[in-house]
Design a protein around this ligand. Sequence first.
Ligand code: HC1
Length: 568
Amino acid sequence: MINLTIDNRKVAVEEGTTILEAAKSVGINIPTLCYLKDINVIGACRICLVDVKGARTFIPSCVAPVAEGMVVNTHTPELIKARKLVLELILSDHPMECLTCRRNGNCELQKLAEEYGLSEIRFEGAKTDYPIDDSSPAIIRDPRKCILCRRCISVCTNIQSVQALTAENRGFDSLVAPAFNERLANMECVQCGQCSLVCPTGAIVERDDTDKVWAALADPTKHVVVQTAPATRVQIGETIGAAPGTIATGQMVAGLRSLGFDKVFDTDFTADLTILEEGNELLQRVTNGGVLPMITSCSPGWIKFIEHFYPDLLPHLSTCKSPQQMFGPLVKTYYAQKEGIDPKDIVCVSIMPCTAKKYECQRPEMNSSGYQDVDVVLTTRELGRMFKQAGLDMTNLPEEEYDAPLGISTGAGEIFGASGGVMEAALRTVYEVVTGKELEDINFTACRGIDGVKEATVQVGDLPVSVAITNGLGNARKVLDKIRAGEANYHFIEVMCCPGGCIGGGGSPIPTNTEIRLKRIDATYTEDERMVLRKSHENPAVQELYAEFLEKPLGHKSHELLHTHYTP
Ligand code: HC1
């Protein structure tokens, strides 16, 4: 252990710990801007400077390791003056548009300016004036608000291994942007929005589609239905200040009804349906010598990733559409027929923890109902905004139930939101369908958690089924490279684009970090345990859908509405 003194307090930490983390361990929070634990540790912004006795200059605490006997002060008058100066310099090239900025009230730069009592910016002069890039259906970049912290570059490069963003130019012309300042839509950006999740300011934000939804809700000729993604119920509370891990399923349903949606349905329903289609596809591939390993296809950022970077492996993808995109055509065919509503009058809205879902619903093939299947996708953040605009105190709403039939689901559908959930849900069903026996323990705990690559083997009848689960595209790349090298002896692989799965999607409440992800995951499995039914094949509404409409998994109608193809 290393012993040091921080602000007159004795501290003992492991060798290699930074001063910043050592201070945090005893409750001293040194301010940061560019720092993101384990992801962006570059000492660029200089806000975290500290005074180390004997050092010639102030030291950036996020990159400086502790040393035996070190004496650190984190808030001398000179340090506070230095931090104010850094803030002033950043703000001297920042548009003062706080009141009209998406991140107003949740901006790290704004918070520091307030904490340090900045009252004037003494440095007048030229300001960066790069144009806004609104070419992506999912995210908007405003380089004027960028403080060059490089968090987005780090997450895009080191976590997602996509490298859609880079640092361009030098000096005053410095810019974080796609290479050659190209527009995002023309890049191999997968629209995952992880950059928007880590941006400290409003330089990268989700595209806001709430106006489209308000307009639909106000249009008496429209029948507006909403589906909510598995992860949203363990996230939405955070948008109004509830603690991470708060489960707000019933309140969210009540809130959506208050907003004016005609029906409040659940993507968990089509998650259950996905298990039946995908499980049968897997069994068919195993029995008939099809392409293995089969890989899940519900995460649209992941789909875009494999299309760009591993097109030769596309035959490994399940042909199942994502649950979001199974839901859309079912609403505009099955539900429309059942209710006697003209599908042209239906507006199908999704609430997703994901920015890439905005892109997914606009893919040209996603119109198998004869209309765009899903009309508008809102992120959890946007729904939180709508609740605020409607003056709804969601936490105090009485809990309500989803509407039938497309709101009926099982715990298996719910756990789709956490990394490993799709695999666990599939194993619960495949095991029972193949063996005809009831599982003694339906909790496949080896699938759970946020490790980047998880592996398990499950005995299903005579076959030891070998599976892998990855989250975060950098980890997916490792598994894909194994497949390319012929070293992946798996039957089935789950890939989720975002770290931790959808509970950490790019449209999640800000902040989202490892600690918060873990709390949302815990809440997800708590919600699963609370459900009366926990296996997809036991969902009565899915059984009814097959009996009344689809006939059987992988049947003609399923192929028409629920399956798709990919674009190399
Ligand atoms: Fe997801 Fe999915 S789990 S992709 O993460 O398969 O976004 O929550 O809705 O479609 O069901 C997201 C979450 C979500 C789909 C499902």
